[in-house]
Design a protein around this ligand. Structure first.
Ligand code: PHE
Length: 440
C-alpha cells in the first residue's frame, strides 16, 4: 500500500521535474478544442507532504470518473500538477507557471491556508478561477471573486471546537499553543479563544512555535505551569505528534484538541500513544456509513490501497464541483467558469452538501469531531446543519448555554451562516461514542 502511494508520488514528481509540455497538439486551456487543462498546485514534498499527496489522489480519482463518463462537452480534462514543496513562495511560482506557461483554465489548491493566500492573488489577477479544497482561513476567498473553496471556514470550526471543549468535555481552563508561521493556526486560535471566553472559559496560557521546530519543551513547560485542563494546538500533523510526545515526557497528561490540520495518515504514526484521548475537528470520517462515503472509500482503497483521509475527499469534491461548473459554462474560459462555480448549489459531495454563498464559501458544511482511541480515529461528535436526516452514530456538540435550541449556536462574528438547524444525529445514550472501526 505504501508502494502505490510512492508510485503516484514519483509520477507527480517526474511530471514536475521533466515539465509538462506547455501546449500539446490540440490541447489548450481555452475554447480551442482538445483537452481542457486544469492546474493543481500542492505540497507533494516537504513538511506537509501528505496534504498534497492525498489531495492529488482524490483529484485524480474524480478526474478519471469525469473523463470516463464523457468529460466536459466531449472534451477530456487533463490535470497538470506542480509541487510547491510545502512553501509559500513556491506556491506562488507554481501557480504562475500553470497560468502563464500551461494556460490552464482553472486551478485546484492549496491545502495550507498560507500557501493558498500566496497563490490566490495571482489567480485573481489573471481571471483564472481557483478552488481550494481545504484552506479554511477566511482571508483566502476574500482575495477576490475568482477564489472559491469547498470546505468550511475557521470562524465556524474554531467556535465549534470551543463549544466542544466547554460543553462536551466540560472544561474551563484551556491553554493555546499556536504556530506563528501559519495563517491557519493563528486565525483558528483566535476564533477558538473568542468563543471559549464567551462560554465562560479561561485561556490560562498562550504560547507559540514556528513550523519546522522540533523542540517544544520550553513552551509546554510554561503552559503546564498555568494548570490547563486541555491544550488547544491548531497546528499541522508533523508538529502535533512531536508536541504530544514531549508533553507526555514532561509528565503532562492533559488531552490535546486541534483542528483539521491534524488530519494525516502520519499523525498517529508519529504521535503514537501520546495522542490517545485527544480530539480534532475534521471534514469527514472515513467510517461514515453514508452511501456516498462508503463508495468513495471503497474505490479509493481499491486504487491506492489506503483509507482516504479528508484531504482526499475534499480534493475529490473540488474536482467534481469544477467539472460540473465547466459542463454548465457557455465557454471554457475563466470568467464563464467562474460564474458557474459561483452558482454551485446542493452539490452532493463526499464531504457533505456543497452550496456556495455570496462570499464563495460553502454554507452549512458538515463538521465532525474525532477522538484518537486505541490508535484509531473514532467519531465523537457531528454537526451537520445542512442535513435533515439522522444518520451519524455520534453525539452532537452540546447546545450553547442559553442559546435556545440550536446545536451550534451562532458563532461570534461568524462569516459563515451559523448553523440553525439540528445536528444530524439524535443524542446517543450518554456521551459515549458508539462508533466502531470496521476491521480491515
Ligand atoms: N484547513 C487547513 C488550512 O487552512 C488545511 C487542512 C485542511 C489540513 C484539512 C488538513 C485537513 O491550513
Amino acid at each position: 500500500m505504501k508502494s502505490k502511494t510512492l508510485l503516484v508520488f514519483i509520477a507527480v514528481l517526474s511530471l514536475t521535474l521533466f515539465g509538462c509540455p506547455p501546449k500539446e497538439n490540440g490541447a489548450g486551456g481555452g475554447d480551442a478544442g482538445g483537452e481542457i487543462l486544469v492546474g493543481e498546485y500542492g505540497s507533494m514534498t516537504g513538511g506537509e507532504a501528505t496534504f498534497g499527496q492525498s489531495t492529488h489522489n482524490g483529484i485524480i480519482m474524480a478526474l478519471d470518473e469525469i473523463n470516463a463518463s464523457g468529460g466536459v462537452a466531449g472534451r477530456k480534462i487533463k490535470v497538470l500538477t506542480e509541487d510547491d514543496q510545502s512553501k509559500q513562495e513556491e506556491a506562488a511560482n507554481a501557480v504562475t507557471k500553470l497560468i502563464s506557461q500551461n494556460n490552464v483554465v482553472a486551478v485546484l489548491g492549496e491545502v495550507a491556508s498560507s500557501n493558498s493566500l500566496a497563490a490566490a492573488p495571482i489567480c485573481q489577477a489573471n481571471k483564472v478561477p481557483m478552488i481550494t479544497p481545504s484552506s479554511t482561513n477566511p482571508e483566502v476567498t476574500k482575495k477576490g471573486e475568482y477564489i472559491f473553496r469547498v470546505c468550511f471556514i475557521d470562524p465556524y470550526q474554531g467556535p465549534m471546537l470551543a463549544q466542544f471543549v466547554r460543553n462536551d468535555l466540560k472544561m474551563t481552563r484551556a491553554a493555546i499553543l499556536r504556530d506563528v508561521k501559519s495563517d491557519y493556526s493563528m486565525g483558528l486560535s483566535e476564533f477558538f479563544k473568542q468563543r471559549f471566553l464567551q462560554l465562560g472559559g479561561q485561556i490560562v496560557a498562550d504560547q507559540s512555535y514556528s513550523k519546522g521546530d522540533s523542540d517544544f519543551k520550553a513552551q509546554l513547560t510554561a503552559l503546564n505551569a498555568a494548570k490547563p485542563q486541555v491544550i488547544f494546538v491548531p497546528g499541522y500533523y508533523t508538529e502535533i505528534g512531536q508536541i504530544a510526545i514531549q508533553a507526555r515526557d514532561l509528565g503532562m497528561n492533559q488531552p490535546f484538541v486541534g483542528g483539521d490540520g491534524w488530519e494525516s495518515p502520519r499523525l498517529i504514526e508519529i504521535g503514537g500513544k501520546a495522542l490517545e484521548g485527544s480530539f480534532y475537528s475534521n471534514h469527514y470520517h472515513a467510517d461514515d456509513p453514508a452511501p456516498a462515503v462508503r463508495s468513495f472509500v471503497e474505490k479509493y482503497r481499491e486504487r491506492f490501497g489506503d483509507k482516504p483521509d479528508s484531504l482526499a475527499a475534499l480534493g475529490y469534491d473540488s474536482m467534481k464541483v469544477l467539472a460540473e461548473a465547466m459542463k454548465r459554462a457557455k465557454k471554457i474560459e475563466g470568467p464563464a467558469i467562474r460564474d458557474e462555480i459561483a452558482k454551485t448549489n446542493g452539490f452532493q459531495g463526499v464531504t457533505g452538501t456543497i452550496t456556495l454563498g455570496e462570499d464563495r464559501n460553502p454554507v452549512n458544511k458538515k463538521l465532525v469531531v474525532l477522538e484518537i482511541k486505541n490508535g484509531q480515529l473514532a467519531l465523537r461528535a457531528t454537526i451537520d446543519p445542512g442535513a435533515s436526516t439522522t444518520s451519524a452514530p455520534s453525539t452532537p456538540i452540546s447546545a450553547v448555554q442559553g442559546s435556545g435550541t440550536t446545536t451550534g449556536g451562532p458563532a461570534p462574528n461568524s462569516e459563515l451562516q451559523a448553523p440553525t438547524s439540528t445536528v444530524a444525529s439524535p443524542p446517543a445514550a450518554g456521551k459515549q461514542p458508539t462508533t466502531t472501526q470496521p476491521k480491515q
